[in-house]
Design a protein around this ligand. Structure first.
Ligand SMILES: [Zn+2]
Length: 62
């Protein structure tokens, strides 16, 4: 008898992509560095979309 433990003994809870809110494992998250905003994204496409929306929001506040 063996016990299968696919999640591992200390699985961290999944995190959400800041853009599409999809649940992603922390190990697979894209985390931009050197930015003034630290977030987690499922991929660079979501990060670029996030930056664009952020830039538009900042531009419309002038
Ligand atoms: Zn995403």
């Amino acid at each position: 008898m063996s016990q299968a433990n696919p999640a591992g003994p200390a699985a961290s809870p999944p995190i959400e992509c800041e853009m599409c809110l999809k649940e992603i494992p922390e190990s697979a998250a894209f985390t931009p560095e050197g930015s003034d905003y630290v977030g987690h994204f499922c991929g660079i496409a979501c990060y670029e979309e996030f930056l664009r929306k952020r830039r538009e929001a900042a531009a419309s506040q002038e």
